[in-house]
Structure formats: structure tokens, C-alpha cells
Design a binder for this molecule. Structure first.
Ligand SMILES: [Zn+2]
Length: 138
């Protein structure tokens, strides 16, 4: 890994702070921003709306759990001296990239490639998550 001790320390602190924030967020869910905006809100029965909001909250919670796991994994990597290396091509991930996204596991060029693949299968995954949401609400 090419990170200097100083930079590594900056990133470690950043990750630990993020982790704290997530842990607090898990206890006290701020889901407002995940609700539908007024324009999109369906004029359905209240029951249905609260079901929907519950499922949105659940998604938010799951996402936080997932992110926390990722942060834990990243911290483990740091202590093993394994941090900052691309999992795909073994090249060093730039500090600037890690600073913007401390849990990054891929260098920018591998990430670009992965995103291109993601986009090409976007429509498929989109309709899958739609049907999942429908089944959660119904
Ligand atoms: Zn790479």
C-alpha cells in the first residue's frame, strides 16, 4: 500500500467517525428524506402509506447495516495492512479517491468498468427491486 502513515490515519479516523454515525443512526432512524415527496405521494388509504413508509425505513436500516459491515471490513483491512489496494488489479487506490469514499475496494479504472457493466444490467435489476417493493407493500 502506498498510503503514508499520516494519510492512513486521516482515513482511519474518517471511517471510525462514519461508523459511529451509522451506529447512532441505527438507533434513531431519520427516514424523512426517504419518504416520497408530496407530489409523488399517493392518495391511498393511510394504512397503505404507513406500510410503505415502514418498508422504506426498513430499506434505510438495511442499507445502514450493509454500510456498517463495509466499514468494519475496511477497518479490518487497515489493521492487516491490506488497505488501499484495488481488489481487482492490485494497484494502489489514490488517497483522493479513498478520502471521498473510504470503503472503496476498486481503483478508479476498475470501478468505471464495473459501473459500465452495472448500467448494462440496470433495467433488469430495476424491475426486480420494483417487484420486491410491491410485495413488501402488499
Ligand atoms: Zn483496479
Amino acid at each position: 500500500m502506498s498510503l503514508s502513515k499520516k494519510n492512513l490515519k486521516i482515513l482511519t479516523t474518517k471511517i471510525q467517525t462514519e461508523r459511529e454515525r451509522i451506529l447512532q443512526g441505527l438507533g434513531e432512524i431519520k427516514a424523512e428524506s426517504y419518504f416520497l415527496s408530496d407530489g409523488d405521494r399517493l392518495d391511498e388509504v393511510d394504512q397503505a402509506t404507513s406500510e410503505y413508509e415502514r418498508s422504506q425505513m426498513l430499506r434505510f436500516r438495511n442499507r445502514n447495516h450493509f454500510y456498517k459491515k463495509k466499514l468494519d471490513k475496511t477497518l479490518a483491512k487497515i489493521s492487516e495492512g491490506d488497505y488501499g489496494t484495488c481488489e481487482e488489479c492490485d494497484s494502489d487506490i489514490k488517497f483522493e479517491r479513498l478520502f471521498a469514499r473510504p470503503t472503496a475496494e476498486l481503483c478508479i479504472s476498475c470501478k468505471d468498468e464495473a459501473e459500465r457493466e452495472e448500467k448494462s444490467s440496470f433495467i433488469g435489476s430495476q424491475s426486480k427491486s420494483m417487484s420486491k417493493r410491491v410485495s413488501l407493500v402488499g
